[in-house]
Design a protein around this ligand. Structure first.
Ligand code: MLC
Ligand code: AMP
Length: 503
């Protein structure tokens, strides 16, 4: 009787004395307390009928209790479905009907909007507020910790993370126990995490970066975690003297650089700064080194694959590259037209294979077959090349994707909604450079003959349908959209033409 992920990561963690979480209000949670919290939540979920393989959807503010839902799911062999807190009820309706979770945990303020969705899909709904109140915790306080641990092998599912799709329909990436464990082991080892570390955790816990990279590495190495509800440059700066490591998206680093207190003295206790989820500008890398003496370690990953590459811990961390393939990860560059592998130095599609690569898309075998080759290589949609020193450079994306502040936004999802609006003939949504978020969303709209839709009305009509981070920062009416000979909208031309439209 064994549980691949629980036995290696959660059980030894709970058995190690000492503090796990340092909380914003000055409180702490020991590793043992976190273990008991997870076992209590497992008891509640089990009482709702959650069994091995069942999905548990979680849309709740970042809190120790929300994090412990992850531990509870793994204990029961259940599959965690973490959902961005910015998603609207309309967006949630799709995830819930697709994943069919047995339980949906949400913020009490969303209860009225989500109850009908849960009822329609036969899910029990429980609430969890940002400070650990709500029906989930009321029930957890009244039950004994669940002692059993479900038997799970390396291939059993641990989580489904939805990632937007080029067609506008989100796909649930199925991640196994070993996808998560193997990657966490590799990263903890490569980045030298130990019990002496304290990680500043200011990322959300519904994505790979904050949940699997940051949390799993900390659990496995028994590092302590300074747990912040969200990124705030002030609190992160204040935490640095008592911390050793930070993981963040590039926006964290540009915002930290804007703070005058960032200097060598402030980071004297810090040993490692990691960046990922979006391209880190070489200029940011260089400015950070000048101010702090630290070279940010950039790595590259995806929801479907966890982490694929990393700059070295000891060797040269080269700005503008994402380093070498991780141990155990095969990475090749192929010609996107012929699928043939390209020689070193040439630019093409990045494909990866290894124990980190997911099991496919939930209930979408055809999509899985399009992106996951029979030989195990996953077609990332990122364009890159490998230089003479073996460093991987990401030079662009073949997939039509915008990354804003580390969040992925697929233009198609927004274009479908705009194209449906009265007075709109067609639309194109693009990402333009943004000093804080890296890229920002801009929508270009062609109106129907004789119609003159108001850009503000269009933006307002999108608002209730889409999470705030997907909202266009600007909607512009244009005469027409440039197309190539095949009739395809030339987004590169639009990106060049509207690069400075946000001022
Ligand atoms: C918030 N807003 C965003 C946004 N985040 N808009 C676009 N893109 C974003 N990323 C909205 C807010 O709702 C707000 O709306 C306005 O923009 C300004 O908000 P803010 O207060 O400045 O934002 P803040 O809360 O500080 O958040 C910014 C951020 C955050 C960058 C700190 O987005 C963040 O933590 N991003 C990390 C995402 C992440 O974890 N990605 C990993 C994916 S995993 P209003 O209404 O006030 O105007 C992955 C794999 C891998 O990619 O390799 O890691
Ligand atoms: P997600 O689907 O949210 O997991 O986002 C994955 C995508 O983020 C990748 O396919 C890349 O396009 C991008 N990404 C992640 N890390 C980096 C990085 N270090 N540099 C450039 N792009 C990155």
């Amino acid at each position: 009787m064994s549980n691949h992920l629980f036995d290696a990561m959660f059980a030894p963690h709970a058995a190690t004395p000492g503090t796990f979480l340092y909380l914003e209000d000055g409180g702490t949670l020991s590793r043992a307390e976190f273990g008991v919290l997870g076992a209590r939540l497992a008891a509640v979920l089990a009482s709702c009928g959650v069994k091995k393989g069942d999905r548990v959807a979680l849309q709740a503010a970042k809190s120790p209790q929300a994090l412990a839902v992850y531990a509870a799911c793994i204990r029961l062999g259940a599959v965690l479905l973490p959902l961005n807190t910015a998603y609207t009820p309309e967006e949630l309706a799709y995830f819930i009907s697709d994943a069919e979770p047995r339980v949906l945990i949400c913020d009490p303020v969303a209860l009225d909007a989500l109850q009908p969705i849960a009822t329609r899909n036969n899910a029990t709904i429980l609430t969890l507020d940002p400070v650990g109140g709500g029906s989930l915790m009321e029930r957890a306080d009244a039950v004994a910790p669940h002692e059993g641990v479900a038997t799970c092998g390396p291939e059993d599912l641990a989580a489904i993370l939805y990632t937007s799709g080029t067609t506008g329909r989100s796909k649930g990436a199925m991640l196994s126990h070993d996808n998560l464990l193997s990657n966490a082991r590799t990263l903890a080892d490569l980045w030298r995490f130990t019990e002496d570390d304290t990680l500043i955790h200011a990322l959300p816990i519904f994505h790979t970066h904050g949940l699997f990279v940051a949390v799993n590495v900390s659990l496995l190495s028994r590092a302590a975690v300074r747990f912040f509800a969200r990124f705030d440059a002030d609190t992160v700066v204040e935490a640095m003297p008592q911390s050793t490591t930070l993981m963040g998206v590039p926006t964290f680093y540009t915002r930290l650089l804007a703070d005058d207190r960032l200097n060598r003295d402030l980071v004297a206790n810090m040993r490692l700064f990691v960046s990922g989820s979006a391209p880190l500008l070489a200029a940011t890398h260089e400015a950070f080194e000048q101010r702090t003496g630290h070279r940010i370690l950039e790595r590259y990953g995806m929801t479907e694959t966890n982490m694929n590459t990393s700059n070295p811990y000891d060797g040269d961390r080269i700005a503008g590259t994402v380093g070498h393939p991780l141990p155990g990860v095969d990475l090749r560059i192929t010609d996107p037209n012929s699928d043939v592998a390209l020689p070193q130095g040439e630019t093409g599609m990045i494909e990866v294979r290894g124990p980190n690569v997911f099991k496919g898309y939930w209930k979408m075998p055809e999509k899985t077959a399009e992106e996951l080759r029979p030989d195990g290589f996953f077609i990332t949609g990122d364009l890159g090349m490998i230089d003479a020193q073996g460093y991987v450079h990401i030079v662009g994306r073949q997939k039509d994707l915008i990354i804003s502040g580390g969040y992925n936004i697929y233009p198609k999802e927004i274009e479908i909604l705009l194209d449906d609006m009265p007075g709109v003939r067609e639309s194109a949504v693009i990402g333009v450079p943004h000093p804080d978020m890296g890229e920002a969303v801009v929508a270009l709209v062609v109106s129907d003959d004789g119609a003159s839709p108001d850009p503000h009305d269009l933006a307002a009509a999108l608002a209730p349908k889409l999470a705030r981070f997907k909202h266009p920062r600007r909607v512009l009416i244009v005469e027409d959209l440039p197309r190539n000979a095949m009739g395809k909208v030339q987004k590169n031309a639009l990106r060049a033409q509207f690069a400075t439209c946000l001022g």
